[in-house]
Design a binder for this molecule. Structure first.
Ligand code: OGA
Ligand code: MN
Length: 299
């Protein structure tokens, strides 16, 4: 097998074939990592990884991130509308409502003091129609801003807030008091520099509530507008999932959102998360050698 990397027509994302992610040598991993830095999103069709292989591939990029459910150690999360008894969760249920939040552009865990580095999502059960995932290149979105806006945003700090973005989708109901206490609003620069490539990008999305020191409503609207304008062609790429596909994206410079599917159809995606590279990151999962646990409706 030889590695075959095919860029999409968008400014981000490439499809990678000719590799078995469950059996990856260091040289091939190096090429994959370099391509990931270049394209931000890599799509690996038809890998059909076991949870163990999915976790092992994830750890090549760094330690796993602790989920918001701190008292429940999890390495792998089920994003699924299938309930424990095998039936599809009704739209009014907390499980289904929580998933709807994912249909708004976001960077995973940006409401944490150190956000996620990478997310790795695999399709286990897919609906007949809908349920795509889409990514937006916020490096190219930054490049596209006019110089006045670039100048104004430089040095500005965004406040990212779990309660702000998740409350409409049951985000407070899925956590206990102690877990919520770890999710106070946090600050991130609006313009970020990618540590591997040095490229600037616009760090916005649904968890970004407002800009520190600016009018709350006005800066909230500005952040929403920047997200919306950034996530336009040719900076977006949408993937139609087939069972067994796996995708890795870079939360440090790419936003993503899910698309809805018929409420009565099952959809199960399995997610792992690489913690942000920061020696003081309190969200790095402890006891990483523990086996995978599976929970419902994360993120
Ligand atoms: C995620 C996410 C969207 C989707 O996995 O973090 O936002 O399409 N997923 O399931
Ligand atoms: Mn997400």
């Amino acid at each position: 097998m030889s590695l075959e990397i095919t860029p999409t027509d968008a400014t981000l994302a490439a499809t990678v074939r000719g590799v078995d992610l469950s059996d990856l040598d260091d040289a091939t991993f190096g090429k994959i990592e370099a391509a990931w830095h270049e394209f931000g999103v890599l799509i690996f069709p038809q890998q059909n990884l076991s949870d163990e292989a999915h976790l092992a591939f994830t750890r090549r990029f760094g330690p796993l991130e602790q989920s918001i459910r701190r008292n429940r150690p999890t390495g792998i999360s089920n994003l699924s509308n299938v309930q424990a008894d095998g039936t599809v969760a009704p739209p009014s249920s907390l499980q289904a409502r929580f998933l709807v939040g994912n249909t708004y552009w976001h960077s995973d865990s940006s409401y944490k003091r150190v956000g996620a580095k990478a997310s790795i999502l695999a399709a286990h059960v897919v609906p007949d129609t809908g349920g795509e995932t889409e990514w937006a290149d916020m490096r190219a979105a930054y490049d596209d801003l006019d110089d006045d806006m670039k100048g104004w945003l430089e040095g500005k700090v965004g406040v990212h807030d779990y309660a702000f973005s998740h409350t409409p989708f049951g985000g407070k109901e899925i956590l206990n008091k102690e877990e919520l206490a770890h999710l106070e609003p946090v600050e991130h620069p609006v313009i970020r520099v990618h540590p591997a490539t040095g490229r600037k990008n616009l760090f916005v999305g649904r968890h970004a509530s407002h800009i520190l020191g600016e009018d709350l409503e006005e800066s909230r609207k500005l952040l929403a507008d920047l997200t919306e304008q950034g996530a336009q062609p040719p900076r977006i790429y949408k993937h139609k999932w087939a069972v067994g596909d796996i995708v890795i994206w870079d939360n440090r410079c790419v936003l993503h959102r899910g698309h809805r599917w018929p409420d009565d159809q099952p959809r199960t995606m399995v997610r792992t998360t690489v913690a942000g590279d920061d020696p003081t990151n309190e969200w790095v999962m402890a006891g990483e050698t523990r086996g995978p646990a599976v929970i419902q409706g994360e993120f």
